[in-house]
Design a protein around this ligand. Structure first.
Ligand code: NAD
Length: 489
């Protein structure tokens, strides 16, 4: 690794190269751009600034791998073993990867370490599942045998965001590989260094050329070229609704399928019998985790009026005690990803159409130039207030009062999004009723997991997108059904 650059902090950095057919190559034009660390706003690495020709090369490598290349000749068990090997390598390098993720994305090191465990888990879960997707036999007419087979799409494109770079890599790519697709990943320009390191580890694990290709670059150039590429067979996108629309249009033009995971405005509903001692720490963590830059962050807390004063007092005290700080061992809230994101979140805070309940701080030790934002909680918010409707993607919580169960359901369902929700009540019948009435893809009862475990199907409705990632559901997304009808007489 002696030719790898080393950062000021002693991190071994990936070189500004793409991974195409197991070779590390610069962008065709040789162009690169700087990577800034959100911790101090300083340049600390560079990545390849790829263009359409680099995407063409990556798609061609994937196509060759899928159409007769070594990848296509592996059994499902062999594919799974390679993935398990990659999972083990990620765990072996977990601390280095976590340090790199933290410097690249700004997230607290505790979060980055947890992310690496989850990333490894994706490859473990889907590696184990690779040979467990079986077909069906359909009873049909006498003299016929009908098989329903699950086939990979072919070449799959993966465009992922910057908020959980390594996790999103695993979440999007692992199920596609497990099904035998050959993949091209375009990670986010704001944070993609761990994706490149994991790409290197995939070569070390023994993946054949072209199974996993990575092209870095700008969304409106490399991302656009990948989403519009005529030789991809499926596209998986996580990011903003605005880009999600473009992806869906591009997929439609190519007559291919896509999954879209576009964020949310997820509610946590505290009914009058909620166990507040259990709920309040979870409500805070569901927002503060990753600086609120989580698609499934619990960004609205719906509070029964009888609990309002108690909840407000506790949230006020908690938020006033949180300071954004650099990624030291104890930090719970780091900087946001970029100067642009910081401006966006501060604009939401400054123009919030609800009273401010509390504001946290920024640690005096946080380096100058970093993208730190003090967390904020607002309330009582009208359900249709902008701060209670739009995805802020920062440490901003909207507190909304409600009167009864019907009111809570109406408010919870009253945004354009529908990703995750939580219900806090000890009433079993209410748990069932409300879970059924909520329009979203995941409901937690007396708990919250921002997306939950790797095993749990995850995705949304309406502006949160469509299709399911995680769990077995993702394997089905990355495959299609072929029905083989055999008239054997
Ligand atoms: P984005 O949608 O612009 O970027 C996500 C990914 O899409 C990146 O890899 C990017 O390079 C790529 N991309 C951008 N433009 C593209 C195009 N025209 N064609 C193809 N790919 C393209 O998201 P962002 O600008 O990084 O963040 C903006 C907002 O999006 C955030 O404030 C947040 O509200 C939301 N967001 C949601 C998620 C999520 O997990 N659902 C993640 C990141 C951002």
């Amino acid at each position: 690794m002696k030719d790898f650059p080393v950062s000021k902090r002693g991190l071994v950095l990936p070189r500004p190269l793409n991974l195409i057919g197991n070779a590390f190559v610069p962008a065709g034009t040789g162009a690169e751009f700087d990577v800034l660390s959100p911790l101090d706003g300083q340049r600390f690495a560079a990545i390849a600034d790829s263009g359409p020709e680099d995407v063409d090369a990556a798609v061609a490598a994937a196509r060759a791998a899928f159409d007769g290349g070594a990848w296509s000749k592996l059994s499902a068990t062999e594919r799974g073993r390679l993935m398990l090997r990659l999972s083990a390598l990620i765990l072996e390098h977990a601390e280095d990867l976590a340090q790199l993720e933290s410097a690249d994305n700004g997230k607290p090191i505790l979060q980055a370490r947890a992310d690496m465990q989850v990333t490894a888990r994706y490859f473990e879960f889907y590696g184990g599942a690779a040979d467990k997707v079986h077909g069906e036999i359909i009873p049909f007419l006498p003299g016929y045998n009908v098989e329903v087979q699950r086939e990979p799409h072919g070449v799959t494109g993966h465009i992922i965001p910057w908020n959980y770079p390594a996790q999103m890599f695993g979440r999007s790519v692992a199920p596609a590989l497990a099904m035998g697709n050959a993949t091209v990943l375009k990670p986010a320009e704001d944070a993609c260094l761990t994706a490149l390191r994991i790409g290197e580890l995939s070569v070390e694990a023994g993946f054949p050329p072209g199974a996993l290709n990575i092209v870095t670059g700008r969304g409106d150039v490399a991302g656009k070229a990948l989403s519009e590429h005529p030789d991809i067979d499926f596209i998986s996108f996580t990011g903003s609704p605005e880009v999600g629309v473009m992806i869906q249009i591009a997929a439609a033009r190519n007559f291919i399928g896509c999954t879209l995971e576009l964020g949310g405005k997820s509610p946590q509903i505290l009914f009058e019998d909620a166990d507040l001692d259990a709920a309040i720490p979870v409500v805070i963590n569901a927002l503060i985790q990753n600086g609120g830059q989580t698609c499934s962050a619990g960004t609205r807390v719906l509070v029964h009026r009888s609990l309002w004063d108690r909840v407000e007092t506790r949230l006020k005290a908690a938020f006033e005690g949180i300071s954004a700080s650099a990624s030291d061992e104890a930090a719970v809230l780091g900087p946001l990803i970029s100067a642009r994101q910081k401006r966006r979140v501060e604009e939401y805070i400054e123009t919030a159409d609800a009273p401010l309940i509390a504001r946290g701080g920024i640690s005096f030790e946080a380096p100058e130039g970093g993208f730190y934002v003090a967390p904020a909680v607002f309330g009582p918010c009208a359900p249709d207030a902008r701060i209670a409707q739009e995805e802020v993607f920062g440490p901003v919580l909207a507190m909304i009062p409600f009167d009864d169960e019907a009111d809570a359901i109406r408010i919870a369902n009253g945004t354009d999004y529908g990703l995750v929700a939580a219900i806090w009540t000890r009433d079993g019948a209410r748990q069932q009723r409300v879970a059924k009435a909520l329009r979203c893809g995941q409901v937690f009862i007396n708990g919250y997991g921002a997306g939950g475990g790797v095993e749990l199907p995850f995705g949304g409705v309406r502006k949160s997108g469509h299709g399911r990632e995680k769990g077995f559901a993702a394997l089905l997304e990355f495959s299609h059904i072929k029905t083989v009808v055999n008239n054997h007489g």
